[in-house]
Design a protein around this ligand. Structure first.
Ligand SMILES: NC(=O)c1ccc[n+]([C@@H]2O[C@H](COP(=O)([O-])OP(=O)(O)OC[C@H]3O[C@@H](n4cnc5c(N)ncnc54)[C@H](OP(=O)(O)O)[C@@H]3O)[C@@H](O)[C@H]2O)c1
Length: 289
């Protein structure tokens, strides 16, 4: 196979938002060439037409063309929902070979389960990206099966660095990564929703409330990045004794803000684990028969 990402043929199985985010990143950063990117789905033709015209990739739902794409690919990226894994894998399995690299973005699907469903020992990279990948500011957690060599590790890392940052962790830690960065954008949106609501209740226009909230979140994130200080230290610096910010932090503490975030992170991690366990789990009917 080609060992450089710019030459590699990459087949995306699933043509949804995560596949598009990675494709856009690869093309915009010029780390891959559009003609080497293949995208496939089951039925949504308008989606395929959009991806073809927007990115110049090859896209199909035709079974024979899909088989050709899969056989030709150096890297196969699994981008379907967990509920579609079993049927998709049954179609995929005969076309894959152990010289290819398999990359999964499927929440909760363990490497062992992917190996068992596909009856393969091909190298597998399991990832947990997030939606900010769409604008190149993603945060991806990544783990490798024992079969992934250094070249493939580098290739997979480069692929996801095209859409943001990559953190390599042991596989069992990908659930907590899901809780932190996978679901994390939603916590920040929820926080912003609440800030905007409070600003409007306090008398600001919707536009002003939105602008001030957005700039505050952007500014705070950049402060952490630029100063390299701990958020706790930055918070201490803006919280004068007996001042307005101290009053607001005390209000957050009364409502157990910190505990709520902790619970959010762990609930997401737990649910990701459950979803993974449900993939290909025997149905209640199958169990009783
Ligand atoms: N979005 C996120 O923030 C995020 C973050 C981390 C991980 N993920 C993971 O990324 C995966 C994809 O999420 P998404 O948001 O991109 O989903 P999505 O927008 O719903 O896209 C799923 C795609 O899979 C296709 N598909 C379903 N069954 C298929 C099959 N048998 N063969 C080929 N294509 C098939 C669907 O098209 P047809 O229906 O036409 O086949 C669709 O194009 C999920 O497993 C999710 O856990 C997503």
């Amino acid at each position: 196979m080609s060992t450089s990402l710019s030459q590699a043929k990459i087949a995306f199985v699933g043509a949804g938002s995560m596949a598009e985010a990675i494709i856009r990143g690869l093309i915009e950063t010029k780390v891959a060439q559009p003609q080497n990117l293949y995208v496939m789905n089951r039925s949504d033709q308008s989606r395929l037409a959009f991806l073809r015209s927007e990115y110049g990739v090859q896209a199909t739902s035709d079974i024979l063309t899909k088989d050709t794409f899969l056989r030709e690919a150096d890297v196969v990226v699994l981008c379907m929902k967990p509920k579609d894994v079993v049927s998709a894998f049954a179609e995929l399995q005969p076309q894959l070979n152990e010289r290819q690299l398999l990359v999964s973005v499927i929440a909760g699907l363990s490497i062992a389960k992917a190996e068992s469903l596909l009856q393969t020992h091909m190298p597998i990279v399991r990832t947990m990206p997030n939606t900010s990948s769409t604008i190149g500011l993603g945060a991806t957690g990544m783990s490798f099966s024992s079969k992934v060599n250094d070249t493939f590790k580098q290739l997979a890392t480069q692929m996801f660095e095209a859409v943001g940052i990559v953190t390599i962790v042991e596989e069992e830690k990908l659930e907590i990564v899901t809780g932190v960065s996978g679901s994390g954008p939603a916590y920040v949106y929820y926080f912003m929703e609440a800030m905007i609501k409070a600003a409007i209740e306090g008398g600001l226009t919707e536009e002003d409330a939105r602008q001030l909230t957005l700039q505050t979140v952007l500014g705070a994130a950049h402060m952490v990045q630029h100063t390299q200080e701990n958020p706790a230290e930055l918070r201490r610096k803006v919280t004068s004794p007996n001042g307005a910010t101290q009053a607001s932090i005390e209000a957050l503490d009364r409502f157990q803000f910190s505990e709520a975030i902790l619970q959010a992170v762990f609930s997401s991690a737990e649910r990701a684990k459950e979803m993974g366990e449900q993939i290909a789990a025997p149905s209640p009917i199958a169990k009783s028969s």
